[in-house]
Design a protein around this ligand. Structure first.
Ligand SMILES: Nc1nc2c(ncn2[C@@H]2O[C@H](COP(=O)(O)OP(=O)(O)OP(=O)(O)O)[C@@H](O)[C@H]2O)c(=O)[nH]1
Length: 268
């Protein structure tokens, strides 16, 4: 959930950031009825942004500035056909989020302050909007693996009917010595979600990342049966998720803090 930064806007203390231009094309230039929308979800620091950047630019830059949950648009060739692809990075799912009642009643519960609620809303909107889901964990972080099942259940609650095109990605496969999640656990979980498992390294390998995303695009395209997402959902129309307005987010955050301050002052 972080983005590469334009170095021309950086001060000298941040020179480790590189510019990775990800070309967009005008929304009106979409291929009619061939619009694939996917969202990348997962815990903090698992490499969601790195995977998207790797897929779209073939590059790994290693460091990303704090992000906004950007939406990337591209045209891709899928089985010989031009398809408009939109990839949504998700903001904030990694906050000091609590994944409540993991085994018994899976649900996502982020912080209940303004920032947490705002992020949860962003994530829910992205899940509604998308046709396909990339669920990412890091093979070096078992807790990120444990977030996948409740995350999937959350997607299921939002889309209770029908087949959900999904892939499970175990990232950071270059860090074998730090592995905490065996490959067969990934395979088993993916099978239980009804999707394919890809173990990849955004850092070391473009091909693995590329095949994972393309596989999902193919699944989405088949699930949509040549039409677009609105058809699958029987006309449900949801607006494209907006990137968080950071000014508004900060304003709401300050508001919550100041109201907390006031209430504790009055109880003294
Ligand atoms: N070794 C290794 N490091 C990776 C890989 N992918 C990402 N990273 C590193 O992991 C860190 C997190 O990557 P991000 O892409 O920012 O992860 P994210 O899931 O978007 O993170 P949040 O913004 O915290 O949600 C960065 O330091 C990346 O350089 C990988 O395949 N291998």
């Amino acid at each position: 959930m972080r983005l590469p930064v334009d170095p021309t806007t950086m001060n000298s203390g941040s020179s480790n950031f590189l510019l990775v231009p990800i070309q967009e094309y005008p929304v009106l230039d979409c291929v009619p009825n061939k619009n694939v929308k996917i969202v990348v979800l997962g815990a903090s620091n698992v490499g969601k942004t790195a995977l998207i950047v790797r897929f779209l630019t073939k590059r790994f830059i290693g460091d990303y500035e704090a992000n906004t949950g950007a939406l990337y648009s591209r045209k891709i060739n899928l089985d010989g056909e031009q398809v408009s692809l939109q990839v949504q990075d998700t903001p904030c799912v990694s906050l000091q989020g609590v994944w409540c009642h993991l085994e018994h009643s899976p649900c996502i519960s982020l912080q209940d302050d303004a920032e947490g609620l705002y992020c949860q809303e962003q994530i829910n909107r992205s899940i509604y909007w998308a046709d396909g889901y990339v669920l990412v964990f890091s093979i070096t972080d078992h807790s990120s693996y444990r977030t996948i099942q409740p995350l999937y259940q959350h997607v299921r609650r939002i889309h209770p009917a029908g087949n959900i095109p999904v892939i499970l990605v175990g990232n950071k496969s270059d860090l074998l010595r730090a592995r905490q999640v065996p490959a067969d656990e990934g395979e088993t979980l993916a099978a239980s979600l009804g999707g394919a498992y890809f173990e990849v390294s955004a850092r070391e390998n473009h091909e693995g990342v590329h095949s994972a995303f393309l596989h999902l695009c193919g699944e989405v395209s088949r699930a949509l049966g040549g039409g677009n997402g609105e058809k699958r959902r029987g006309g449900l129309h949801l607006a494209r998720p907006k990137s968080p307005n950071m000014q508004e987010l900060k304003r709401r955050f300050r508001q919550v803090l100041s109201s907390k301050g006031k209430s504790s002052a009055t109880t003294l």
